[in-house]
Design a protein around this ligand. Structure first.
Ligand SMILES: C[S@@+](CC[C@H](N)C(=O)[O-])C[C@H]1O[C@@H](n2cnc3c(N)ncnc32)[C@H](O)[C@@H]1O
Length: 237
């Protein structure tokens, strides 16, 4: 498993990872999956990236997508099964989430997922340019306090990093139930030359896109009466 150290004390010009990597103790089977299955599926970003990201998969994928912070992996597993010719990279530093996706991969014999158990910013820096057709960021950690906004995943530098790895015409999709983070994301993407927001009418962001698989955090938000926004941005330029 590739995991790198990061310190919250680093200068903010350098990205730091702010989040949990460990939660409750893994059950024996989950621990076995982390030890035995993950090494076969994990990307080693200490090595050189392949020139063509489709070659990360065997057989080579038609196109490659990334899901950042997949949590319990409900959405990632469903997409991978719905689009078997597409290769999916799932990025999640939280070891319990990693164990959950591994259990789904094993149970449904999913062959088109590769994993990175670290900070998506480091993965983005490793991936070849113009290699992805889509990046999904679903219910990212909201960091609601003003003094923590700099910890949000969406920042000018991560937007530039996503623009580098997305193909022209590729998409960044963002789902969030925190109004302030949606506004933050819209304003940051609006000042990027690399993306256009695709909404033409309110339902384009009020409703999930067809085939969307609800996640644990999506269900929690709905239970607590918060409506999510579904934002789609196209890589242009
Ligand atoms: C609020 S949870 C949402 C999980 C899932 N997407 C869902 O909707 O249920 C946010 C997830 O993002 C992960 N995360 C936070 N920072 C990240 C980063 N820099 N790179 C990748 N994942 C990250 C966390 O570990 C956590 O599992």
């Amino acid at each position: 498993m590739s995991e790198r150290k990061s310190s919250p004390d680093r200068d903010d010009s350098e990205r730091a990872f702010f989040g949990r990597r460990k939660g409750h103790k893994l059950r024996q089977h989950q621990a076995g999956l982390i030890e035995q299955l993950l090494p076969h599926l994990a990307l080693d970003i200490d090595g050189e990236a392949p020139a063509d990201a489709r070659d990360i998969f065997d057989p080579a994928a038609d196109d490659v997508r990334l899901e950042i912070g997949f949590g319990g992996g409900e959405h990632l597993a469903a997409e991978a099964q719905n689009f078997p010719a597409t290769g999916f990279i799932g990025c999640e530093p939280y070891v319990n989430g990693m164990a959950k996706i591994l259990a789904q991969i094993e149970a449904a014999n999913i062959g088109n997922i590769r994993l990175f158990a670290g900070d998506a910013a480091e993965l983005l820096a490793w991936l070849p340019k113009e290699s992805l057709s889509r990046i999904d960021l679903i219910h990212p950690d909201p960091w609601p306090k003003r003094r923590h906004w700099k910890r949000r995943f969406v920042q000018d530098r991560t937007i530039a990093a996503m623009a580098r790895v997305l193909k022209r015409g590729g998409e960044f999709r963002f789902v969030c139930d925190i109004d302030d983070y949606c506004a933050w994301t819209l304003s940051h993407l609006a000042r990027s030359q690399d993306f256009v927001w695709l909404a033409e009418r309110a339902d384009d962001f009020r409703l999930p896109w067809p085939g969307y698989t609800m996640t644990r955090y999506g269900r929690k938000a709905a239970r607590e009466g918060r409506k999510a926004a579904y934002l789609r941005f196209r890589r242009v330029g």
